[in-house]
Structures are given as C-alpha cells and as structure tokens.
Design a protein around this ligand. Structure first.
Ligand code: GAR
Length: 199
C-alpha cells in the first residue's frame, strides 16, 4: 500500500505542482498525494490541487488563536484523512515540537538554500535568496530535510547546488533554484520516505 501524504502549502504551490507532475509521470509509486492543506486563504496552490483532483482544506490561524489550538485543528484534519506523512511545500509556519512528535521522521520540508547556510527562523521565500545575494555567495541551492523541533534543523535527505549568476535578483535566483533543484529534489525525497513507510 502506498503512503498517504498531505502537502502543506501557503502560496503559489510550484513545489506542489512538481509533486503532482512527478506523480503523473509515475515517479512516486509509493506516495499518494491524498490531501493539500493551506493556511492561507486564496493560495494559488489550492487551485492547483483542485485541477489535479486532490482534496484540499483550508486551516487558518485565527486572529489571537494560540498555536496549540491551530495545530490541534490541523492534526484533526490530518487524522480525518488518515495521512501517513507530511510534505511541507512552501508552508510558512513553524510547527511546534509537540506537533512534530506526532509524525516522527515523517515530515519533510524543502528549503531554498544549502543548509546550514541562510536557514532558521526568519529565512523563508525571497528573504533567503536576498540574504545569499547580500552575502555574495557564488553557489547556493536547495535542501530537503526531515522536520524536527529545530527550524530547518532536521536530518538532511537531499541537497543540490545551483550557481549564482552576475546580475541575479532574488526573484531570478529563486526561479533558478526552484527549476534546477527544488522541483527535482522534493518528489525524490517524498518517494524515499514513502517507500520506507510502505515496506
Ligand atoms: C519555495 O522556494 C520554498 O523552498 C520556500 O518557499 C517557496 C515556496 O514556493 N520555502 C521556504 O522558504 C521555507 N523556509 P511554492 O509555493 O511555489 O512552492
């Protein structure tokens, strides 16, 4: 039986699309994309899920709501859909240690740098690429790692280097890192973890 994965998203969902496309090509035989959960209303990732025929749910953190309460509602949604593993694909919320413990070695995240560079609290999305350009590195990349209680701190599963080119803006660099690294690594890592769970 293949592992049932929930993909957690907050934005455009190009990494979700990479997962959908890889699954369509038969590259994730042990991983079923069972559910997409967004914590942002109107995230384009939800439209991608709809087009692919994947069930989706919105789980918003209400104004003033505690993290515990938000995570309890998220856990309920995941349990209802009998999810075995989680794929964080541009999910812009840090999960608590208590939450992470519920899915030990079953949550993966894609981060747009070569960890341990430009990672941790405050490093997300374009800020990561801006920091890489500000520092002046000539090589950056992407990392897929297991998620534990330390932001971007879990065991590294896959990494791929990507060149920084003269004249890069954060947007141009982000796109190159996605195309050359993120969209390839995330489906590979999802399949790796799903295969272990399906044995
Ligand atoms: C991706 O570049 C992903 O690596 C990054 O946000 C972008 C989401 O794009 N994630 C983080 O920065 C997490 N710390 P997407 O919605 O098009 O997949």
């Amino acid at each position: 039986m293949s592992a049932r994965a929930a993909v957690l998203v907050s934005g455009g969902g190009t990494n979700l699309q990479a997962l959908i496309d890889a699954a369509g090509r038969g590259e994730m035989p042990d991983c079923q994309l069972a559910l997409v959960v967004s914590n942002v209303r109107g995230a384009y990732a939800l439209e991608r899920a709809r087009r692919a025929g994947i069930e989706s749910r919105l789980c918003l953190r209400e104004k003033g709501e505690s993290r515990e309460s938000f995570e309890a509602r998220l856990l309920d949604i995941l349990a209802l859909h009998q999810v075995d593993m989680l794929i964080l694909a541009g999910f812009m919320t840090i999960l608590s240690a208590d939450f992470v413990r519920r899915y030990p070695d079953r949550i993966i995240n894609v981060h747009p740098s070569l960890i341990p560079s430009f990672c941790g609290k405050g490093f997300y999305g374009l800020k990561v690429h801006q920091a890489a350009l500000d520092y002046g590195v000539k090589v950056t990349g992407a990392t897929v790692h297991l998620v534990n209680e330390v932001p971007d701190g879990g065991r590294i599963l896959l990494q791929k280097a990507v060149a920084v080119e003269p004249g890069d803006t954060p947007e141009i660099l982000q796109r190159r890192v996605m195309e050359q690294a993120e969209w390839k690594l995330l489906p590979q890592a999802a399949q790796m973890i799903a295969k272990e769970l399906s044995i």
